[in-house]
Design a protein around this ligand. Structure first.
Ligand code: SAM
Length: 230
């Protein structure tokens, strides 16, 4: 297999959001070719690498050690190592660490190459049935401070709105969206690409009762119809 990797280069490699088959040939070539894989959770990434029979030295790179690790990784890149940065799932930098190392790499004149692939919000948006021509991705809502204000700002957002949410907050968040936005069209996409993939579409008054009382395990994307004065 030809090695598509250049020395001293940082690769931002998208990985599956559940189904291990959702990885590009190029991502596999890059992961096989780099000197080092920087991973948000090295145990999770090892499962992926093992699945593709790739054996690589790994270093953790997550939100709590981002700054210190960035310095270490930049040093290695400047010495000529090639590094692939991967997150637990999906695209690094999308509600996942990467921003810090990207900024430092740019400051140091290090080439950065994107290896595109899945991101949960794109998959949820395209199956939502809501307008995809213009949308805003907001990631996770603030947990406490600023949550109400954020919801109030989004209430009059005319574009389709996409949020990430954790299983233990999903019902609370949907309730709050209903309280501030009214009975909008909403799509709740759960466990995309996985065995228990489920996509619930409808007005909030229909969707909320469907989800209430059921176990809320798994990962969720919420897609909300944009505001229209009519
Ligand atoms: N970097 C990832 C991406 O590109 O989508 C997102 C990482 S973020 C820390 C994790 C959140 O993404 C989850 O809490 C959930 O909201 C969403 N997510 C990730 N995988 C998902 C899946 N298979 N189905 C639904 N939502 C998912």
């Amino acid at each position: 297999m030809e090695n598509p990797v250049s020395p001293g280069t940082l690769y931002l490699v998208a990985t599956p959001i559940g189904n291990l088959d959702d990885i590009t040939h190029r991502a596999i070539k890059v992961l096989s070719g780099v000197d080092l894989v920087a991973a948000e959770d090295t145990r999770k990434t090892k499962i992926l690498l093992d699945h593709y029979a790739i054996s690589k030295p790994m270093l953790s790179y997550f939100s709590y050690n981002e700054r210190q690790r960035t310095r270490q990784l930049i040093e290695k890149l400047l010495q000529g190592s090639s590094i692939a940065l991967v997150s637990d799932a999906g695209t690094p930098g999308i509600s996942d660490p990467a921003f810090h190392i990207v900024q430092s790499a740019l400051d140091s004149g290090i080439p950065i190459v994107p290896i595109p692939g899945p991101s949960a919000f794109v998959s949820a948006l395209i199956v939502s049935g809501l307008p995809t021509d213009r949308f805003v991705f907001e990631g996770f809502l603030p947990v406490k401070k600023g949550r109400k204000t954020k919801l109030e700002i989004l209430r009059t957002e005319p574009r389709t709105i996409i949020l990430y949410e954790s299983p233990h907050r999903i019902l609370k968040t949907l309730g709050e969206i209903q309280a501030s936005f009214g009975d909008r069209q909403i799509v709740v996409a759960r466990e995309l690409t996985k065995k228990f993939e489920e996509i619930v579409r409808g007005r909030l008054s229909m969707v909320l009762p469907q989800l209430t009382g059921k176990p809320t395990r798994g990962e969720y994307v919420i897609v909300i119809e944009g505001y229209s004065p009519s």
